[in-house]
Design a protein around this ligand. Structure first.
Ligand SMILES: CC(=O)[C@@H](O)[C@H](O)COP(=O)(O)O
Ligand SMILES: NCC(=O)COP(=O)(O)O
Length: 252
């Protein structure tokens, strides 16, 4: 079974466009869990464009007591404090999510658009990964499907990789023949990760069109999906959208 972790960033983005707490991010997270999602994901960024530190604390409290539900916090471990954003690591060590997905996003990026370069950052990441794992937090690294880089992910102590699926999703949207070669590269990367003892997650721009193929990736354990699922929820409702993604992942 492939776990669905719903990313709540875009619920928070709508909330932040007005004063107040509407939509309530925690209430919508609860709706996702009630609909059967196996987890929730957030990506608190230093500029707090969407997820705020308080959301991370509140959602940790929502997920923690629920058996079989995981909380995944994403972010750049090198991004320092900004305003009342304390930095990713202090926030993660305070809230103790089940998984922390480290992502090499700079503060000014519109969204995540590349995986780690562990030749450059591996030495800096290794102690951070060790500290997170000492706190019983599973560590996943946001990676491109590069076999050498995935080998380095094992060396620096990661538990899993998250394959960056943006280029795959873009190729599917463009109905490009590149889809075949991109998906083949992802399958090779997944097989390599599995041989190294790494778990395999995936995410970014996955949707109901490109997921039926991607769910066949060897050893895929978890997909984190937010942007497209939120858009789908506008039309079908959040609970129904979660059900649609769960059914898709189940091959129905
Ligand atoms: C790492 C990744 O691909 C996404 O999880 C990320 O959370 C997207 O961030 P935005 O929602 O800010 O675009
Ligand atoms: N790690 C991917 C994620 O959490 C959600 O990405 P997206 O579906 O919002 O593109």
């Amino acid at each position: 079974m492939i776990d669905l972790s719903v990313n709540l960033n875009k619920i928070a983005l709508i909330r932040n466009s007005r004063e107040g707490n509407y939509p309530d991010v925690v209430a919508h997270g609860r709706t996702c869990l009630d609909a059967g999602a196996q987890g929730l994901t957030v990506h608190p960024r230093p500029d707090q464009r969407h997820i705020r530190p308080g959301d991370v604390r509140d959602l940790a409290g929502l997920c923690r007591p629920v058996e079989g539900v995981e909380f995944n916090v994403e972010g750049n471990p090198f991004a320092g404090p900004m305003g009342d954003y304390p930095g990713l690591l202090p926030l993660v060590m305070e809230t103790l999510p089940d998984q922390c997905t480290l992502v090499p996003d700079s503060n000014d990026q519109l969204t995540s658009d590349h995986g780690f370069d562990l030749k450059r950052d591996g030495d800096r990441l290794e102690p951070i990964i060790a500290r997170l794992r000492e706190a019983n937090i599973r560590v996943s690294l946001f990676m491109d499907p590069d076999l050498e880089q995935i080998g380095l992910a094992r060396e620096v102590g990661a538990d899993r990789i998250e394959l960056y699926t943006g280029p795959y999703a873009d190729a599917v949207a463009r109905q490009s023949p590149e889809v075949e070669s991109i998906f083949a590269a992802h399958c090779a990367a997944a097989e390599h990760a599995l041989q190294l003892g790494l778990g395999v997650n995936a995410g970014h721009d996955l949707n109901l069109i490109n997921l039926p193929r991607y769910r066949t990736l060897p050893g895929l354990q978890e997909v984190s999906i937010g942007h497209a699922l939120t858009v789908d929820a506008i039309a079908m409702g959040l609970g129904n959208a979660v059900n649609a993604y769960l059914n898709c992942l189940a091959g129905n």
